[in-house]
Design a protein around this ligand. Structure first.
Ligand code: 6PG
Length: 233
């Protein structure tokens, strides 16, 4: 698992440096859950803490549970404790999803935040430099759960949903924005994910949410530990 975290931290660092060199800033969206935590904690250790251009880095979320930031289920609260508060990233460059708002207004508020940051022309979709995703054993990713009526490439960038574990109201990025990213990385660990990883790679008819992550012009990478990859040939 620590090798997985290290590989994720290395890609995070390299992409941050390349993005800043290319465009003057780095935009990354992170996920919640337990898998990314070891990587997040590694980002504030040597050599990553000094290697990442934090002063030019902007952190967003792929999804969030609509609970107070102090709640243990808060993706923002967990990431803040795990790494953000230990970095020199300017607070204004941390863009939490509006967990304080109602499900009806959360998507509108975050869409405005994205429009403001990316300074988009009309009808343009934000292009993140990097998005980290996890997968659940049901094949969900972010908070895009099986059966969700979400279009692949058109429609809103964000959706308010209820479900998952914990089964709460959530705000999630949707495929139109995820699939615009320059690089999407699935970070997956543990034996309990081996079955769903096999289904995602081998059963093209499974129709799992994670299978609909197909970056249009970007890279898609899978960082799997041995257990999660154990049923692959
Ligand atoms: C969330 C996550 C979710 C997560 C998967 C995997 O907010 O719940 O974004 O999509 O990535 O459920 O979670 P684990 O890493 O805890 O297995």
């Amino acid at each position: 698992m620590s090798d997985l975290a290290r590989r994720g931290a290395e890609i995070f660092t390299r992409t941050a440096k390349d993005s800043v060199a290319m465009q003057g800033f780095f935009s990354v969206a992170i996920s919640g859950g337990s898998t990314p935590r070891r990587m997040h904690k590694m980002l504030v250790k040597h050599p990553y803490l000094a290697g990442i251009p934090w002063e030019k880095t902007h952190v967003f979320w792929a999804d969030e549970r609509m609970v107070p930031f102090s709640h243990p289920d808060s993706n923002y609260g967990t990431a803040k404790r795990d790494f953000l508060e230990k970095t020199p990233i300017p607070p204004a460059q941390i863009h939490p999803m509006p967990a304080w708002s109602s499900p009806e207004t959360a998507a509108t508020l975050y869409q405005k935040e994205l429009e403001r940051f990316f300074q988009l022309e009309k009808d343009k979709v934000p292009i993140f430099d990097l998005i980290f995703l996890g997968i659940g054993i049901d094949g969900h990713t972010a908070s895009l759960f099986p059966g969700a009526k979400i279009s692949d490439d058109r429609g809103p960038w964000l959706a308010s949903v209820k479900g998952g574990n914990p089964n709460v109201n959530r705000l999630t990025m949707t495929y139109p924005i995820i699939n615009q990213s320059r690089h999407v990385i699935f970070l997956v660990s543990g034996k309990e994910k081996a079955e769903v990883v096999k289904a995602i790679f081998e059963d093209k008819k499974a129709g799992l949410p994670a299978q609909r992550v197909q970056p249009k012009n970007g890279e898609l990478s899978w960082l799997l530990d041995r257990e999660a990859a154990s049923l692959l040939p």
